[in-house]
Design a binder for this molecule. Structure first.
Ligand code: TRP
Ligand code: SF4
Length: 354
């Protein structure tokens, strides 16, 4: 398998997801689909942030490893290509922990406390004690993930922009304190905002794992059809003879994202005139979803778990080599090694501790 070049002239991007469970249509439309497109134009690093999952799931980590396997399979199924992108697992690249520690020296605690998701999550996830250092440090670990690859862009959704902003502030502070031969070591990355359509879940709220209202990338056709059958509709349409409005209906929103213009026209006409029933309308939405998911599931079936494991290991080796380049600059800039010294060579290629 030809390996993607570590250094290339294409601008670099990095992004990742926590392995919290099977990926769903919201993850696909909001991130993965866009990442797949980026593979042609950018030097891409996409990873699975398993340490980040541990910041909140530390009391029961049993699902993190199986979920990591599930997410790499979902990545591959969606079309991320290990020949084009470096696909890796955070915990296999120990350099992330080193950079996290070093950046911790220069990051004021108040910067982390004022990240909006910090207080929000602490208040919302009341079933978990989130007063641990790991959870407070979540955004700093994320800054380490990002700055490690010196990327120009971080393709994320709107919910992650505050984290990238913090990353920029940390980079700026690092560059003020430390330079290497007068040059800045950690460039400030920019958000590459993923345009994502409003995607409702089966209960009409935003599709999200925490609401249990998702359609998963691995859902079979019968599962998709069953989920659609119980999906909420325009509340004004109680009886078959009542006209409805697709603009006030979550099923209508699905049609807007996934159906052809012809089907969409039939939905608007039929719904507003009570010419179609919701059951029929939902079956058309299910058709569109099944059509979208089919090639994803076909591709998933071409990968075994052991192949996925090999891809993750090979990608992590590549990521580690690139990470080590940055760390040599960081260590030298922070005068942990004498600048005149030869940079340390990575040890034991192939081992996890390289
Ligand atoms: N916080 C991100 C999320 O929940 C996951 C993540 C961790 C990430 N490190 C990152 C995303 C670095 C982009 C870049 O989705
Ligand atoms: Fe919603 Fe379709 Fe029923 Fe109209 S016909 S209310 S768009 S499910």
């Amino acid at each position: 398998m030809p390996e993607p070049a570590i250094s290339s002239s294409r601008p670099r991007v990095l992004s990742g997801m926590r392995p919290t469970g099977k990926l769903h249509l919201g993850n696909y439309m909001g991130a993965l689909k866009n990442w797949v497109k980026l593979q042609g134009q950018y030097e891409c690093y996409f990873f699975i942030a398993d340490w980040h999952a541990l910041t909140s799931d530390y009391a029961d980590p049993s699902q993190i490893a199986p979920n990591t396997m599930g997410v790499i399979l979902d990545y591959l199924a969606a079309g991320l290509d290990p020949e084009k992108s470096v696909l890796f697992q955070q915990s296999r690249v120990l350099q992330h922990a080193e950079l996290n520690l070093l950046l911790g020296m220069i990051t004021p605690i108040s910067w982390l406390e004022r990240v909006p998701s910090y207080k929000e999550q602490q208040e919302n996830l009341t079933n978990k004690d989130l007063s641990n250092i790991g959870f407070l440090g979540y955004p700093l670990l994320m800054a380490s993930d990002i700055l490690m690859y010196q990327p120009q862009f971080v393709p994320v959704g709107h919910d992650q922009t505050a984290h990238v902003e913090l990353t920029r502030e940390v980079a700026r502070r690092f560059n003020q304190f430390y330079k290497l031969d007068g040059r800045e070591v950690l460039p400030e990355p920019q958000v590459l905002l993923t345009p994502s359509p409003k995607l409702p879940g089966t209960d009409g709220r935003k599709m999200s794992k925490s609401y249990g209202n998702t359609i998963q990338l691995s859902d079979t056709e019968p599962e998709v059809r069953k989920k659609l059958k119980t999906m909420v509709t325009d509340p004004a349409r109680v009886r078959r003879t009542d006209p409805g409005d697709p603009d006030k209906c979550p099923v209508g929103d699905l049609h807007k994202v996934f159906s052809t213009p012809e089907t969409l026209a039939k939905v608007y006409d039929g719904c507003r005139s009570a010419g179609i029933g919701c059951i029929e309308c939902k079956s058309w939405a299910a058709d569109a979803l099944v059509q979208l998911l089919q090639p994803i599931q076909d591709r998933r079936a071409t990968f075994s778990e052991s192949q996925a494991e090999e891809i993750l290991e090979a990608g992590s080796n590549r990521a580690r080599a690139r990470a080590e380049q940055t760390m040599q600059e960081v260590r030298a800039a922070m005068q942990l090694v004498r600048v005149t010294e030869q940079p340390r060579k990575p040890v034991a290629i192939g081992g996890r501790l390289g």
